[in-house]
Design a protein around this ligand. Structure first.
Ligand code: NI
Ligand code: MN
Length: 230
């Protein structure tokens, strides 16, 4: 099976590199822990899980500079287009093949809006993605609470790697994310969306211990800028 290199850019931002480069949720310039600047990123595709600032991030700027394809839910795509950058909308449960990478949009239990000063634009509803790249299946859960259909997502797409939020307050915390791993049963989990800011401070070692006491899934704790290969 051909390889894929996965780099955590902090928070929920990941870069997947095979023949083509896919960037998800590029929140870089506002992230105090970001390992690079948005100008250093040259993806072929950007996928955005929802409209919140810490996910939409630098999408519009990177899209404008690189001309990359942008995939997100219909309402967020419309917002991006209103800023003069083309984006392709899709809906939950659907799959698109973009430059040989298959993206399936999954549900997420959260909210979505695009915040301006004093009001919000409609961000549709929040999502996650199943990414099938070079023979590998990966689940990026987006911002979400736990939900039972994670098991259905797992049955359908059999992800070997799941990227799960553990920061609590806005998403699952350690207790819920541990149960999510039991529902999904991937080979590997990388925790995300924690300790970027004090309000989502979390000890990933506690998550690792909780999961590894229950199932044989391996938890990989990364530092922003680090990579793994599948
Ligand atoms: Ni959010
Ligand atoms: Mn978030």
């Amino acid at each position: 099976m051909a390889g894929v290199k996965i780099t955590w850019l902090g928070h929920s931002a990941f870069l997947f590199e095979a023949e083509k480069k896919l960037l998800i949720d590029p929140f870089i310039s506002g992230n105090p822990l970001a390992p690079c600047s948005p100008e250093e990123l040259n993806p072929d595709i950007i996928a955005v899980t929802h409209g919140h600032r810490d996910h939409l991030g630098d999408t519009i700027e990177i899209g404008k500079r690189t001309g990359c394809r942008i995939i997100t839910i219909h309402e967020v795509a419309n917002y991006i287009k209103s800023k003069g950058v083309f984006a392709e909308g899709m809906g939950k449960g659907g799959t698109v093949n973009v430059e040989g990478i298959k993206l399936t949009m999954t549900d997420a239990l959260h909210s979505s809006s695009i915040d301006a000063s004093g009001f919000s634009f409609d961000g549709g509803s929040p999502a996650g993605f199943i990414i099938r790249i070079n023979g590998h299946s990966i689940y990026h859960a987006g911002d979400t609470g736990i939900f039972g259909d994670m098991q259905l997502i797992s049955e359908l797409y059999e992800p070997e790697l799941a990227l799960l939020p553990i920061g609590d307050k806005f998403t699952m915390g350690i207790k819920e994310a541990t149960k999510a791993v039991e529902l999904i049963r991937p080979r590997i989990v990388i925790p995300m969306h924690y300790s970027t800011f004090d309000v989502i401070k979390q000890d990933p070692e506690e998550f690792k211990r909780a999961v590894e006491a229950k199932v044989d899934t391996k938890i990989i704790i990364m530092k922003p800028g680090e990579s793994i290969k599948l």
